[in-house]
Design a protein around this ligand. Structure first.
Ligand SMILES: NC(=O)c1ccc[n+]([C@@H]2O[C@H](COP(=O)([O-])OP(=O)(O)OC[C@H]3O[C@@H](n4cnc5c(N)ncnc54)[C@H](OP(=O)(O)O)[C@@H]3O)[C@@H](O)[C@H]2O)c1
Length: 297
């Protein structure tokens, strides 16, 4: 198994392998507090890097602070090729709630929190996480918060800027304010509202990083997915990831797991080829969801 098989794609001037790792699942239940087993969480991070992962997604609001501190404990001093991508724009309440944190003071503090807890002098990529609705992307101007982030970039604290949970209009607005190297939105076999956006970004050389690539807190389950997995001699999760890799060359994967066994299984998706008949079967999953009204327009 070699994750090189999946190829690479640029995040600004950082080129990363297309199979990376999302660290959110390493925090405690509900992404709040410490993990049940800290040593197991550290082992997942070390195994990811040992297997060749050079792109880790995180945020200081996971825990809060928990996943960043785990990453630092497991992996610092970092190898030169490791690209840690973080996000700002939210804060956690004492009740584990997720709240917008878009003021200049909050955004600036979030960049410094990420720098301190990760042990970095410069954050390689920071995504502005849009928080206009609790239910997914929603319209609203990002000019003010993105201008703050672009200012932090000019100060040298942030190398590259991305957007998360953003609508196509917000992506267009953002690109008028500063270079955007990636967009991180919810997208997977069953949730395909960003199909057109992915193709537009691919044409412009911008990475698209689907969050919940495996379905998130309720991993994907479908008869079509199981049938294709059976045909290909792979697991459903591997098929879901291999389908994303084949969907578009600008897709970078950050599947999350708290288990070394699942991590190895997921990284092995780099070697899996999904034939055209299987793709047709898998495309029915997204079409069924859209027909059931499960997609935003
Ligand atoms: N920008 C945003 O708003 C946003 C939102 C959510 C997430 N994210 C980022 O995206 C990353 C990916 O999302 P995610 O981790 O929430 O969801 P995900 O990758 O779609 O799925 C993670 C879930 O799948 C399970 N899983 C993973 N591999 C498996 C396997 N091989 N077999 C069976 N179950 C498996 C995990 O449980 P186990 O731990 O038991 O493996 C976990 O419950 C996150 O880690 C985070 O960095 C960003």
């Amino acid at each position: 198994m070699s994750i090189e098989q999946s190829g690479t794609f640029p995040l600004g001037d950082c080129r990363v392998k297309r199979l990376g790792f999302g660290a959110m699942q390493l925090a405690g239940p509900g992404v709040f507090g410490p993990p049940k087993d800290t040593q197991a969480a550290l082992a997942v991070l070390r195994e990811a890097v040992a297997a060749g992962v050079d792109h880790i997604d995180t945020s200081d609001f996971y825990g809060p602070h928990v996943t960043n501190r785990l990453i630092r404990e497991a992996l610092a001093p970092y190898s030169d090729d490791l690209v840690i991508v973080t996000k700002i724009g939210a804060r956690r309440g004492a009740d584990a709630s997720w709240n917008p944190a878009f003021s200049a003071a909050e955004l600036t503090a979030a960049v410094h929190d990420n720098l301190r807890n990760l042990g970095l002098d410069v954050l390689p990529v920071v995504n502005l996480r849009c928080m206009f609705s609790a239910h997914g992307p929603a319209e609203g101007s990002i000019e003010a918060p993105l201008t703050v982030l672009a200012g932090l970039q000019r100060q040298g604290l942030v190398r590259h800027v991305g957007l998360s949970n953003a609508t196509p209009a917000q992506v267009a607005e953002g690109r008028r304010i500063c270079p955007i190297v990636c967009v991180q939105n919810q997208y997977n076999l069953a949730h395909r509202g960003d199909d057109a956006l992915i193709d537009d970004l691919a044409r412009d050389g911008i990475a698209y990083v689907p969050f919940f690539p495996l379905g998130g807190f309720s991993p994907l389950q479908s008869d079509a997915l199981s049938a294709v997995a059976g045909r290909l001699g792979a697991t459903p999760m591997q098929v879901a990831l291999a389908w994303l890799l084949q969907r578009s060359p600008n897709i970078l994967l950050i599947p999350g797991t708290s288990s070394v066994a699942h991590l190895r299984e997921n990284l092995a998706a780099a070697d899996l080829a999904v034939d055209a008949d299987s793709i047709r079967m898998l495309d029915t999953i997204g079409a069924t969801q859209a027909a059931a009204g499960g997609e935003r327009p």
